[in-house]
Write a protein that binds this ligand. Structure first.
Ligand code: NAD
Ligand code: UGA
Length: 473
């Protein structure tokens, strides 16, 4: 690979494919990177001034290298045929029907990408699993490719992605580690080295870990499960704090001071969301079950159950504290994205909370700085697990939920409301004029802080009744 310009093609221009390839292109001017997708609108957006995803710092990176050594195209077959290294970063949602429905990963998109690679390739390829996949997927992919190979040599690598949304560019610039799994054969090792050379343009050697294929695939699922488990642990403790007068922020701080535990990722919340934690854990649970390990499966399932409990506990608290009924009452929802600094709403806890409040016949008024009304209506109309199927395959005009209005301002959302729920920790919610909000709300005015970001003492002085997660009233 060393004597000519290396060509990389990435299949899937989503939250992972777009930012990761943009950073590779920025850091490796000697490599040509083409990101391809079957979605025309997505590729058009990547080629426009309004990128399809909101991610701090991304615009700047794309501007620097687009048209230089970074390209976005719908000509999938041409660029796959020309590439030396093909990343596959397509979505791997949870299956909605058939064997393993509600748990197993749906590899339809992955398989069709693999078959297309086999169809169009005329030279040897390194195929990199970037998507999160069940352990042993590389074996399946190898079968598809080699059985259709026409004498071409394929090396499959597992290179899972650990970036978090909202900090994707930072995470890609300075990853804790890059993980590459490959076959332990001379050809396998050569392929691992080729991918290592790409990352070595900016990632220190000692942060690039190499393992066998199955360890790399499983490490991704395990990392997601461990991270989510910390949140469910602190959220479980938050329920006990509310019952006893302990303060979860103080408890988490004290617990996290133990260097063996560490301080990060211990913020109690309304529940975790995002496209991966639940999906990856369900995937892990299913694999455990298939391998005859029901005890292990049940252990991890509990992380999701606590998360569901945390969301329904939040709704119950809103309804019960507002005299057991929210029917016909206006409730403001501040924040709909699953975390701050992203417009992504996949599996956001806001969906379950809003559905819960709607179930009790509330009128809700939603404001999020990055999420459109169209997206919110689509999310509230969608069935569980349908969200991770590509945007362009979702119904474009769902019947709008009438009890929901979406506004472009926190003051508008809270005007005349009985209660206010903070569901995303956007910085701007910390500095709102809460006196003004209070003056325009019905009394008593309730605040339910699902992210523990407001100064509850100050709000109580204004006159609000404040409920935080895991804190004394
Ligand atoms: P996404 O839905 O944003 O992007 C996937 C893209 O793949 C879509 O644009 C879709 O049109 C395209 N696609 C599907 N089939 C295709 C095909 N056959 N040919 C060409 N394009 C095709 O998904 P994402 O969030 O980028 O996630 C991708 C993978 O990365 C998933 O497996 C996910 O679990 C994993 N992952 C995601 C994150 C994250 O933060 N979102 C982080 C780490 C890992
Ligand atoms: C997560 C992981 O952090 C990434 O390493 C991983 O690559 C990614 O999943 C993935 O596989 O897709 P992401 O979901 O983008 O990244 O964002 P996180 O910062 O992990 O937040 C996930 C959810 O947990 C959010 O709803 C967030 O608000 C919540 N959270 C996070 C808490 O409630 N408390 C915390 O202390 C931290």
């Amino acid at each position: 690979l060393s004597d000519k310009m290396v060509k990389i093609c990435c299949i899937g221009a989503g939250y992972v494919g777009g930012p990761t390839m943009a950073v590779i292109a920025l850091k490796c001017p000697d490599i040509e990177v083409v990101v391809v997708d079957i979605s025309k609108p997505r590729i058009e957006a990547w080629n426009s001034d309004t990128l399809p995803i909101y991610e701090p710092g991304l615009d700047d990176v794309v501007k620097q290298c687009r048209g230089r050594n970074l390209f976005f195209s719908t000509d999938v077959e041409k660029h796959v045929a020309e590439a030396d290294i093909i990343f596959v970063s397509v979505n791997t949602p949870t299956k909605t029907r058939g064997l393993g429905a509600g748990k197993a990963a749906d590899l339809t998109y992955w398989e069709s990408a693999a078959r297309m690679i086999a169809d169009v390739s005329k030279s040897d390829k390194i195929v990199v699993e970037k998507s999160t996949v069940p352990v042993k997927t590389a074996e399946a992919i190898e079968k598809i490719l080699t059985h259709n190979s026409k004498g071409i040599n394929y090396q499959i690598l597992s290179n899972p992605e650990f970036l978090a949304e909202g900090t994707a560019i930072e995470d890609l610039f300075k990853p804790d580690r890059v993980l590459i799994g490959g076959r332990e054969t001379p050809e396998g090792r050569k392929a691992v080295q080729a991918l290592k050379d790409v990352y070595a343009h900016w990632v220190p050697e000692d942060r690039i870990l190499t393992t066998n294929l199955w360890s790399a695939e499983l490490s991704k699922l395990a990392a997601s499960a461990f991270l989510a488990q910390r949140i469910s642990s602190v959220n479980a403790i938050s329920a006990l704090c509310e019952a006893t007068g302990a303060n979860v922020t103080e408890v988490a701080y004290a617990v996290g001071k133990d260097t063996r535990i560490g301080p990060k990722f211990l913020n109690a919340s309304v529940g975790f969301g995002g496209s991966c934690f639940q999906k990856d854990i369900l995937n892990l649970v299913y694999i455990c079950e298939c391998n005859g390990l029901p005890e292990v499966a049940n252990y991890w399932k509990q992380v999701i159950k606590i998360n569901d409990y945390q969301k329904s506990r939040f709704v119950n608290r809103v309804v019960s504290s507002m005299f057991n009924t929210v029917a016909g009452k206006k409730i403001a929802v501040l924040g709909f994205a699953f975390k701050k600094d992203t417009g992504d709403t996949r599996e956001t806890p806001a969906i379950d909370v809003c559905k819960g409040l709607l179930g009790d016949k509330a009128q809700i008024s939603i404001y999020d700085p990055q999420v459109t009304e169209d997206q919110i209506q689509r999310d509230l109309a969608m069935n569980k697990f349908d969200w991770d199927h590509p945007m362009h395959l979702q119904p474009t005009s769902p019947t709008a939920v009438k009890q929901v209005s979406c506004v472009w301002d926190a003051y508008e959302a809270t005007k005349g409301a009985h209660g206010l729920c903070i569901l995303t920790e956007w910085d701007e919610f910390k500095t709102l004029d809460y006196q003004k909000i209070f003056d325009n709300m019905q009394k008593p005015a309730f605040v339910f802080d699902g992210r523990n970001i407001v100064d509850s003492e100050k709000l109580r002085e204004i006159g609000f009744i404040v409920y935080s997660i895991g804190k004394p009233l």
